[in-house]
Ligand binder design. Structure first.
Ligand code: BMA
Length: 374
């Protein structure tokens, strides 16, 4: 008889050790312990779909495209490759002011309608927020002062105003309903690109501590004060030097669900492929350490001046990092050269199809998704 069979203490100990070694790791949970069932399912499915491929996302895809606007059912991406993007990006700047249209002129009621439709079809939605400057009344890009963040933290001069803005956001998020009536889950990506100098919440405009407090207050207020539980929070700095720089203003694992990054291809400014691979490899490692999905939350080459950009540049930049999604920015309908996605008739259309169907790094579109909400 083996020795352990004689020892009543060792038997359970050995069994516990064995099961600890063989048990599958518990699936990671959203940081909101009260996240809705569909939000939890989306989170779990983001890990699973990343094993099959990278979801393709496009900002404002359902609202308008290059030279058309507000024609329900249309999509520049679908017109090029036969399927909708897997991830739809939406922008809510100016919602905080109580406006009926976003800073890009998009009627919020149309956005709500199309976002819910995308959710019902099984696609993923992500929302960015180019929030106005609470101190000056200017736009997100108004960096005249360095005290805007401090001014909206608890005790600050504009704190009450900021809470009123969040009340409006909460109303918007609560109004997003799937066909069955349950809240539509959203990947919310506030205070993006803070490592650039472009926005009033950027690293030149506030201290790391102020940034973290702003993030935590925002999440806390929406979650506990307003009872919003259909959000997954996405952290998305702009270019970063190394993992330490990436994490410098990280609010903490209990306030972030997805590790993202934004990086645009600006020829002549930096080596896009090499730089992306360096940053995405840091991101992949951080994602494993923190048990968070990783995503390339904004990218693109404005005007896509290279007919083989999709397979020649984007694909080698993003392949093999286990990304959950990559999202290219909008195709403005009213600024002919301000586009980042494909559109029918553009010189890169054929290459986009090659990108969409390449076998080196599978790219997922809406029709490739298994039900993300179950
Ligand atoms: C920027 C540009 C702007 C737009 C903003 C918010 O990158 O596309 O025209 O207002 O995003 O969507």
């Amino acid at each position: 008889m083996p020795y352990i069979m004689k020892n009543p203490v060792i038997i359970p100990l050995a069994a516990a050790l064995l099961s600890a070694c063989t048990a599958a790791p518990q699936p990671a949970e959203p940081c909101d312990s009260r996240a809705t069932a569909e939000t939890r399912a989306l989170y779990a499915n983001m890990f699973r779909s990343a094993e099959r491929g990278v979801m393709f996302g496009h900002q404002d895809d359902a609202l308008y495209g290059h030279s058309w606007s507000y024609e329900r059912g249309r999509s520049d991406v679908r017109e090029c490759c036969g399927d909708y993007p897997a991830v739809f990006g939406w922008e809510i700047g100016c919602l905080e002011l109580g406006a009926e249209r976003s800073l890009d002129g998009v009627p919020f009621d149309e956005m709500v309608h199309l976002l819910c439709e995308a959710s019902d079809r099984g696609a993923v939605n992500t929302v960015s927020w180019h929030v106005s400057n609470p101190q000056t009344g200017g736009s997100s890009w108004d960096c005249r002062t360095t005290a805007a963040v401090a001014s909206i933290l608890p005790g600050g001069e504009h704190h009450a105003l900021y809470c009123a803005w969040l009340d409006r956001l909460a109303g918007f998020f609560a109004s997003l309903r799937r066909a069955g009536g349950e809240p539509a889950p959203v990947l919310f990506r506030p205070f993006h690109e803070h490592t650039s100098t472009g926005f009033w919440w950027g690293e030149a405009q506030c201290t790391p501590d102020e940034f973290r407090r702003l993030w935590r207050f925002t999440v806390e207020y929406l979650r506990y004060e307003k009872g919003i539980h259909n959000l997954l929070y996405v952290y998305s700095p702009d270019l970063f030097r190394d993992a330490e720089h990436y994490m410098e203003r990280y609010p903490g694992d209990e306030w972030v669900d997805v590790l993202g990054m934004d990086a645009y291809h600006r020829p002549g400014e930096w080596d896009f492929i090499e730089g992306c691979r360096r940053m995405l490899s840091d991101l992949q490692r951080l994602g494993r350490e923190h048990r968070k999905p990783v995503a390339f939350t904004e990218t693109g080459l404005e005007g896509v001046a290279d007919a083989e950009w999709w397979t020649g540049t984007l694909l080698p930049a993003i392949a093999d990092f286990g990304l959950s999604y990559v999202l290219v920015w909008r195709n403005a309908h009213d600024r002919p050269s301000h586009f980042f996605g494909p559109w029918r008739g553009h010189a890169s259309e054929e290459d986009f199809r090659r990108f969409a169907s390449n076998s080196r790094q599978p790219i997922l579109f809406e029709g490739d998704l298994k039900d993300m909400y179950e």
